[in-house]
Design a protein around this ligand. Structure first.
Ligand code: ACO
Length: 408
């Protein structure tokens, strides 16, 4: 990060601590599903899907893939790039709409599997805007001085919540995960500005009904026609909403830090539909090439789409130190979010491959597995002992009380 100037305090936040993205990683399932395969499931065609969305294929989670396993792989790759140990991570946030459980959080699973024993962990529910929301929360925790290192994971297994009879939604989505590591620095840059917004009046335009909804008593199909645990969407309305908010929120996030659009090197948008990106480019009066798009290979991976696209942009050399880049997400809620980042991570050749760090990370993953097994075993053992001698605890407490009484 030697290329940056050091700065006193940020005029907006007043903080002299900056939150830089120093690690990144992605993971997608091996299984590719093409549009041709899709047309064997629902009445559609490769031609229709490509013309209306830009999608050619998507990845589908295999039997051994889950939101947490994909997230774990992305997280491990991000720690590798950042060259830090899991124990240095103080906060794990997982942005997802397809969490492993209502609770415990997918973040807690990943925290445990990594051996990130000094971290708090929680899931973030903001649909496809979740990654930007989560990076904002992590960056603010760093900028306030309360933590130094955070891991943000966005992971989705959308194929498991698809209604495979609804051709308006199932053709759009795919599975995958992306992750970033954020770290405190006194070097000016990193996350500079964020705009987070929500309009809950559009809650019924896309969603996944789950436990706790008013309609849980009608488990298969709700009175409004939405299937429990399956995604529903009003594609046309979402399209109009997305095309409008992308331009508005990017402009606002840039205004917050006095930047012009022509100073931005790259926009990493949520990959929902190539036509939405084209429409946003027209609204902003910029070439479409300023936006990265990889939707043709992955479809819409919800919260994971921005970090996956970011990883590919870095791989292609489209992000260099001191570049201004913008993330923009939108989706269920309705929610939307834009973020301006001044890239601070050193270029690949400057990053040393630390062999020792790699070995210590591997050891941490192995130890974490054994630690969790041991703790579970101890818990079972202690329960078994209590079952064999159920009154031991009570007798012990009584004896202690009598002793106390005699002493008085
Ligand atoms: N194959 C063939 N025909 C189809 C398909 C399909 N897969 N899906 C719909 N059609 C038909 C419709 O039935 C309709 O036929 P009709 O005119 O005879 O009634 C016709 O195609 C046009 O349908 P529209 O819904 O108007 O098609 P549109 O051009 O709007 O494209 C789409 C639909 C692709 C879903 C589009 O609206 C879209 O991409 N919306 C945004 C979706 C999105 O981004 N959602 C994610 C947001 S992020 C998140 O949080 C999850």
């Amino acid at each position: 990060m030697a290329t940056h100037k050091r700065s006193a305090a940020d005029p907006i936040s007043g903080s002299s601590i900056y939150a830089h993205i120093v690690g990144w990683g992605m993971a997608v399932p091996d299984r590719i599903m093409t549009n041709e395969e899709m047309s064997a499931i629902v009445e559609t065609s490769d031609e229709w899907i490509q013309a209306r969305t830009g999608i050619k294929e998507r990845r589908i989670a295999g039997e051994r893939d889950s939101t947490a396993t994909l997230g774990l792989k992305a997280a491990q790759r991000a720690l590798e790039v950042a060259d830090i140990l899991p124990t240095e991570v103080e906060l794990v946030i997982v942005a997802t709409s397809t969490s492993e459980n209502i609770f415990p959080s997918t973040a807690s699973l990943i925290q445990d599997w990594l051996g990130a024993s000094n971290a708090g962990a929680f899931d973030m529910s903001a649909a496809c805007s979740g990654f930007v929301y989560a990076v904002h929360m992590a960056a603010q925790s760093i900028r306030s001085g309360s933590i130094k290192t955070a891991l943000v994971v966005a992971s989705e297994t959308m194929s498991r919540v698809m209604d495979w009879q609804d051709r308006g939604t199932c053709i759009l989505f795919g599975d995958g995960a992306g992750a970033v590591v954020l770290q405190a620095s006194d070097v000016e840059g990193g996350v500079l500005s964020t705009v987070l917004r929500s309009d809950g009046s559009g809650y019924d335009l896309l969603g996944i009904p789950s436990v706790g909804s008013l309609d849980t008593c009608a488990p298969i199909v709700n009175p409004n026609g939405h299937k429990m645990y399956k995604m529903h969407m009003n594609g046309g309305e979402v399209f109009k909403f997305a095309s409008r908010v992308i331009g508005e929120s990017i402009t606002q996030a840039l205004d917050n830090v006095g930047l012009r659009l022509d100073e931005v090197k790259l926009i990493v948008p949520h990959q929902a539909n190539d036509r939405i990106i084209q429409s946003a480019a027209r609204a902003l009066k910029v070439e479409k090439e300023i936006f990265i798009s990889n939707i043709e290979r992955y479809g819409n991976t919800s919260a994971a789409s921005i970090p996956i696209a970011l990883c590919e942009a870095i791989e292609q050399g489209r992000v260099q130190p001191n570049d201004y880049i913008v993330f923009v997400g939108f989706g269920g809620g309705l929610t939307w979010a834009s973020m301006v980042v001044k890239w601070g991570a050193p270029e690949a050749e400057e990053r040393q491959a630390a062999v020792l760090g790699k070995q210590r990370r591997q050891a941490s993953y192995t130890l974490a597995r054994w630690r969790a097994r041991l703790i579970r075993f101890q818990r079972r053992l202690s329960n078994a002992v209590t079952r064999i001698r159920p009154n031991e605890g009570r007798v012990h407490r009584l004896r202690h009380k009598i002793d106390q009484h005699d002493l008085r």
